[in-house]
Design a protein around this ligand. Structure first.
Ligand code: HGY
Ligand code: MN
Ligand code: MN
Length: 422
């Protein structure tokens, strides 16, 4: 494919960094926390407020807006030749509980800025340009992660997604999505769309770019994500009269298992494994814990390596459960395979950064993204910008505005190039 119509105007076009900053600052107020973070989980009132504003912004750009059965929002800017596959960019406007101002949000709002900049320049692209706000990428309130993109790709069904309970077990995702008015009619199915290539701009959420003082990251792909649930059944009793021997203390059994997760990850290497969530019942200082639920998140570039790690962990868990007299139940809750990106698009990210005079390095993404799913059904690539001190999924999450602008300019260039290919 040749890059048609690449001209002086495309070469010199840049986004409006001040406008991008202002747009992100407006979004940060919706669900803003007192510690300068954001709490805006999917299918909540804050999510609705943000979606409504985003819908207005993309309509002001002259886009056709489609909302599908999972609330994924597709803003389509028509190209000259609508028979050609579209160029897509997108990420998520939902956050962790609490989360930061940039995770996902930069990708969506820089995509909006790219659209605004192309509009300001009066450019009509060869191909449709689609900007997506994916529903529930974080899985912060309704696990799992990547629910909107996962249904769109076919990794999970919409019925299963609708039945997901919130972390307190009180509401169902599908009901709440309907309540906020974003359970659309359009089928949530990638086969309904003709996408030639997709890019996602995202903060790195790790320490590499910040430590090495590199401006742009070009990940080769995303690690696999495997999520497990474990339940332990002990025997509650009065802590005073019950002797230390023969207790069935579920929390003590969990404590040994937590150490196993860390130990196996270190022993196997080339992976990360974390216990991030735990519930202890009855969670009273003078009752021996009788029930524990906890989660394990395992990630690696090699899916089989991650599966082997779980096998080793589970084997040790079962021995601990036996020894502590606490019956165990485990479940593989959700997983997404590792996502190797398209080589040509990966190179285009590096090449675009160089042409713009930005330093760049190739790397891998330890964080999961909607691109894990999108990349399965179209050519995909991502663009990273630094996270200050490598922090993310925290209220102090931060990225310098000039880095946000650099990422937006690389995204603009990649889109202009790919949307000009015929
Ligand atoms: O878990 C992740 O890496 C992503 O934030 N969902
Ligand atoms: Mn994200
Ligand atoms: Mn995240």
């Amino acid at each position: 494919m040749g890059t048609k119509n690449w001209n002086e105007q495309f070469e010199n076009l840049r986004i409006n960094g001040a406008r991008l900053q202002k747009t992100i600052e407006i979004s940060a107020k919706i669900g803003g926390t007192e510690n300068n973070g954001v709490q805006r989980c999917s299918a909540t009132d804050e999510d609705k407020e943000m979606r409504d504003i985003f819908a207005g912004w993309v309509k002001d750009c002259g886009c056709e807006l489609t909302i599908d059965e999972m609330g994924n929002m597709f803003a389509v800017r028509p190209g000259k030749n609508r028979d050609l596959g579209a160029v897509m960019t997108g990420s998520h406007l939902d956050t962790q509980r609490p989360g930061g101002r940039f995770d996902g949000i930069l990708g969506v709002l820089a995509g909006l800025e790219v659209m605004r900049s192309i509009n300001d320049a009066g450019i009509q692209l060869e191909r449709d340009f689609i900007l997506v706000n994916w529903t529930n990428e974080e899985g912060g309130w309704y696990p799992p992660a990547c629910m909107g993109s996962g249904v769109w790709m076919g990794n999970i069904t919409k019925e299963w997604a609708y039945d997901r309970k919130d972390r307190d077990g009180k509401t169902l995702f599908g009901d709440e999505l309907e309540r906020i008015g974003y359970k659309g009619d359009f089928p949530c199915d990638h086969k309904k769309w003709n996408v030639e290539a997709a890019y996602e701009l995202h903060i790195e959420q790790g320490p590499v770019l910040w430590t090495e003082k590199i401006q742009i990251g070009a990940p080769k792909g995303i690690l696999c994500l495997h999520w497990y649930d474990i339940w332990l059944e002990g025997t509650a009793n009065q802590v005073g009269p019950t002797p230390m021997k023969n207790r069935n203390d579920a929390l003590l059994a969990f404590s040994e298992m937590n150490v196993v997760v860390n130990k196996v990850a270190h022993q196997m290497g080339d992976m990360v494994a974390t216990v991030g969530e735990i519930q202890n019942y009855p969670n009273s200082r003078n009752i021996i814990p009788s029930k524990v639920h906890f989660t394990v998140d395992i990630r690696s570039w090699d899916d089989d390596h991650a599966i082997e790690a779980w096998r080793l962990m589970k084997k040790e868990f079962e021995m601990i459960a036996e020894r502590r007299g606490c019956p165990i139940k485990t479940e593989e809750f959700w997983k997404v395979e590792h996502a190797p990106f398209d080589k040509a698009l990966w190179d285009r990210v590096v090449e675009s950064a160089e042409e713009l005079g930005f330093s760049s390095r190739r790397m891998v993404s330890g964080a999961g993204h909607d691109m894990s799913e999108v990349n399965k059904v179209t050519r995909g690539a991502m663009i990273f910008v630094p996270s200050i001190d490598g922090r993310s999924h925290v209220e102090v999450e931060d990225t310098p505005w000039e880095d946000c602008t650099r990422g937006g300019d690389v995204l603009l260039r990649c889109i202009l190039k790919t949307a000009s290919e015929v």
